[in-house]
Structure formats: structure tokens, C-alpha cells
Write a protein that binds this ligand. Structure first.
Ligand code: AMP
Length: 189
């Protein structure tokens, strides 16, 4: 099984690249951000809880996020593998994922899309103009998300470095260029 973590700061292109990768490699795309937005749109109790954090650009608590992710994986047992997009974002989430995937060989690789900060802020505020996402429209919220990424999420990259699984991919360029760089790494798995 291929269990890929597509990693990187908000605005690095994870969602866009994941959409292309699932088609080529026939994997299931699980985006915790998309799952939260789906729940918010449908006003579920999970959505109501998550919204207060997401609107500020804060991370949703681990227990809530991990349970949601586990349920999604358990719903789809007969797949060739997964692309995790936006998860794990903390060390406890990484530990929970390792445990969840241990029967299927664990995490295969973590690919980090590397994009400079100023480019990210520009991309996110631009996306906010068309996506309707409130958390993409406010400079302070965008910067809070980037600072949470550095504080809580970068340690996840280091965690998988210790297992020899973390790879940095240059995330600036056309969609096709970045896709080709990612594919090169995936073909090795
Ligand atoms: P994203 O679409 O991945 O940028 O996620 C949007 C927002 O959802 C984030 O800013 C967080 O508030 C929340 N979120 C998504 N994934 C996670 C996660 N793994 N852990 C905690 N919060 C998350």
C-alpha cells in the first residue's frame, strides 16, 4: 500500500496536487480541511465545534481531528493507498496515524511542498478572492495559520526525518512542473 503524506504550509498547493496525484496513482485523497468544511456546510456538531478554531486560523484540537480522520480511513478499507492532505499537523496526530496504518505498512513517505512565506501569503489572499474561504481573506488569520504551521506542524517533518521518510520538494513553478517533481518521488515507492 502507498500511504503518502502530502505536507506543506497552507497555500503550498497540496489540495491541487493531490487531485492530480490520486488520478495517476489511484489513491484515496483525504483532506482534513475539506472534511471540516463539509461538516461546517452541513452544520453537524463536529462542524460547529471546528468552526470556532478554523475561523481564527487555529488548529482544531487533536482528539476531534484524529477521530474524524480514523472514521474516514475505516470507511474506506479496500483502497490501494491514501494521500493524506493537511494531516498530520501535530506530533500526536503523527503518532495516531502511525498506529492506524501499522497493519498496512505504516507511512510510506512524507513529501513537503516547499514555498517561501511571502509567496504563500500572496497565494492565500488571492485564493480568498475566489474561494469564499473566510480564513483565506484576512491577512492576520493567514499569518496566524503560517505561524501555527511553523510552531506545531514543522516538527512533524522532523519526526519523519528520523525514519528517513521526509522529502522536500520545491513547490514554486507551474502545476505541471511541481506534479512532475512529486511523481518522480512517488515512482520510487
Ligand atoms: P486546510 O484546508 O488544510 O488549510 O485546513 C483549514 C483549517 O482546518 C486549518 O486552518 C485548521 O483550522 C483546520 N485543520 C485542517 N486540518 C487540520 C489538522 N490536521 N489538525 C488541526 N486542524 C486542522
Amino acid at each position: 500500500m502507498i500511504n503518502l503524506i502530502l505536507f506543506g504550509p497552507p497555500g503550498s498547493g497540496k489540495g491541487t496536487q493531490a487531485e492530480s496525484l490520486v488520478k495517476k496513482y489511484n489513491l484515496l485523497h483525504i483532506s482534513t480541511g475539506d472534511l471540516f468544511r463539509y461538516n461546517i456546510k452541513n452544520s453537524t456538531p463536529l462542524g460547529l465545534e471546528a468552526k470556532s478554531y478554523i475561523d481564527k486560523g487555529d488548529l482544531v484540537p487533536d482528539s476531534v481531528t484524529i477521530n474524524m480522520l480514523k472514521a474516514k480511513v475505516d470507511e474506506n478499507p479496500d483502497v490501494k493507498g491514501y494521500i493524506f492532505d493537511g494531516f498530520p499537523r501535530t506530533i500526536p496526530q503523527a503518532q495516531a496515524l502511525d498506529e492506524l496504518l501499522s497493519p498496512s505498512g505504516g507511512v510510506s513517505s512524507l513529501l513537503m511542498l516547499d514555498v517561501p512565506d511571502e509567496e504563500l501569503v500572496k497565494r492565500l489572499l488571492n485564493r480568498g478572492k475566489t474561494s469564499g474561504r473566510a480564513d483565506d481573506q484576512d491577512d492576520q488569520i493567514v499569518r496566524n495559520r503560517l505561524s501555527n504551521y511553523k510552531k506545531d506542524t514543522i516538527p512533524v517533518f522532523d519526526y519523519y526525518v528520523d525514519e528517513g521518510k521526509s522529502v522536500k520538494i520545491w513547490g514554486v513553478g507551474s502545476l505541471e512542473e511541481v506534479f512532475a517533481r512529486l511523481s518522480l518521488e512517488l515512482d520510487r515507492l
